[in-house]
Design a protein around this ligand. Structure first.
Ligand code: FCB
Length: 462
């Protein structure tokens, strides 16, 4: 029987740059995403987050939507350049005041806020000094994180330090498909190390300010699926991928070490980044693990005569093989693999047994349905996606995974990074001309799931 614990947190998630807009308002400084969007060729249709969903002004309406959907939790992110426009000590009070208003609105609606301190909008001034490839950013981040807890820690208990540090490092500094668009393996590895250090230093700094808060990190995870008769090269590649994406940050804060195969693989490149005391510093008490899960990844056997590195592209970006996993795909081209979420949750329980609290901090799908002539958004595929994944979470809980929260990505259609506005992840539709919001059928379906599983607490998902 698929059941959820009585105190389960049902939520929706967003991030600052993707929804807020008001990019030049109230003293906000530039972020790396402003710069990236203004660089021709980086974002589909040259779109940007200047207006986005205009959540900065419409947050009361958005909180009301959450209330209507019936969620009891909301995960959002704080924009660093809104509060510290230059990434230094100089504060912008109007930035702090915006989050005061938002948090108070949420609390008045009895919706518990969960804050992500960093969801990719680094102050451009820090990028000008090397960004996450610069070790100094670790300490600037810890100061900023502490300042946010000082201000909001009386009203927010659950805090995530960094969202998807794998994307920050490898998409931001190696493939360059995300801001700041750097393409350099040493910079990417430095960013991978510095984000791990930043999580640890920030967690300690945040708890020093307010010991009653709880800290976590949101990592994007997947299952790398390989064929039973996978060649040795494919197995090794899958292990490297797994270590770099799934294990790097979790191993770092639980053990103080990075996975052995990567230490070997990166060799000198990594060694030169490690300063005395780093291993001790990386290990930090972390109260919960946030997992962002969208799909499994598939590596099929290469043709006999071709080397996997040619077939897949070099580590860490082997191509996802289409055709092997069962269709269907979402608009992102990601396969729909709900059973993978259960497998992943049980793997986390097995490999990091000290974990007592797992939050699914993101899960969702891009599909492009818009309102029909009656204003109805028939996003059946998203209804199926969410239902199947929530059932998978329930099955994992029954098998013993300590999952305490689920956040659907996303509350509303928003700025999907390099993909611009064309990829719609919302359970609420946003018309980007009028900014009108419309609940999609998936929001109504989610409302039912939440109601069934929180009113009589512990009822079957259907
Ligand atoms: C994740 C990001 C989130 C959103 C989803 C679709 O990688 O954390 O902001 O873009 O993907």
């Amino acid at each position: 029987m698929n059941s959820f614990p009585a105190d389960f947190n049902w939520g929706v998630a967003t991030s600052s740059y993707q929804i807020e807009g008001a990019a030049q308002l109230d003293g906000r400084g530039a972020s790396i995403w402003d710069t990236f969007c203004n660089t021709p060729g980086k974002v589909v249709n040259g779109e940007n987050g200047d207006v986005a969903c205009d959540h900065y002004h419409r947050y009361p309406e958005d909180v009301a939507l959450m209330k209507q959907i019936g969620v009891n939790s909301y995960r959002f992110s704080l924009a660093w350049p809104r509060m510290f426009p230059n990434g230094d000590q100089q504060r912008e009070e109007r930035g702090f005041a915006f989050y005061d208003r938002l948090i108070d609105e949420l609390l008045a609606a009895e919706i518990e806020p969960m804050a992500t301190v960093y969801h990719w909008d680094l102050p451009q001034a820090l990028e000008d000094k090397g960004g996450w490839a610069n070790r100094d950013t670790v300490f600037r981040f810890a100061e900023y994180a502490a300042a946010t807890v000082e201000r909001f820690g009386d009203r927010i208990t659950n805090w995530l330090t960094i969202n998807e540090p794998w994307c920050v490092s490898w998409l931001g500094y190696m493939s360059g498909v995300h801001a700041p668009g750097v393409r350099n393996v040493d910079s990417a590895l430095a960013a991978a190390h510095h984000t791990a250090l930043a999580h640890a230093h920030a967690s300690r700094a945040m708890k020093a300010v307010n010991p009653s808060i709880r800290t976590g990190i949101a990592v994007n995870m997947t299952n790398y699926r390989i064929a039973e008769d996978a060649t040795e090269e494919v197995r090794e590649l899958a292990d490297l991928m797994d270590a770099q994406l799934n294990r790097w940050w979790l191993d770092a804060f639980t053990t103080g070490n990075y996975p052995e195969n990567l230490v070997k693989f990166h060799g000198e490149r990594l060694q030169k980044l490690m300063m005395p005391g780093d291993s001790e510093a990386l290990k930090v008490e972390t109260d919960f693990i946030g997992i962002n899960y969208y799909s499994d990844s598939f590596l099929t056997n290469p043709d006999d005569e071709s080397h996997p590195a040619e077939k897949y592209g070099p580590f860490p970006f082997p191509q996802r093989e289409k055709g092997n996993p069962p269709a269907p795909y979402t608009d992102m081209g990601w396969p729909v693999t709900p059973e993978g979420l259960k497998d992943l949750l049980l793997r986390v329980k097995r490999d990091w047994p000290e974990t007592e609290d797992i939050a699914i901090t993101e899960n969702g799908a891009a599909y492009d349905e818009v309102p029909d002539e009656n204003g109805e958004v028939k996003d059946d595929r998203r209804v199926e996606y969410l239902t199947a994944h929530i059932q998978s979470v329930a099955a994992a809980i029954e098998a013993g995974a300590p999952v305490k929260s689920y956040f659907a990505w996303s509350l509303m259609d928003n700025f999907e990074w390099a993909e611009g506005y064309a990829k719609r992840f919302g359970i609420v539709h946003v018309n980007f001309d009028t900014l009108e919001r419309t609940l999609k059928n998936s929001a109504l379906a989610y409302r039912e799931i939440v109601a069934k599983n929180s009113v009589s607490r512990g009822v079957v998902v259907s």
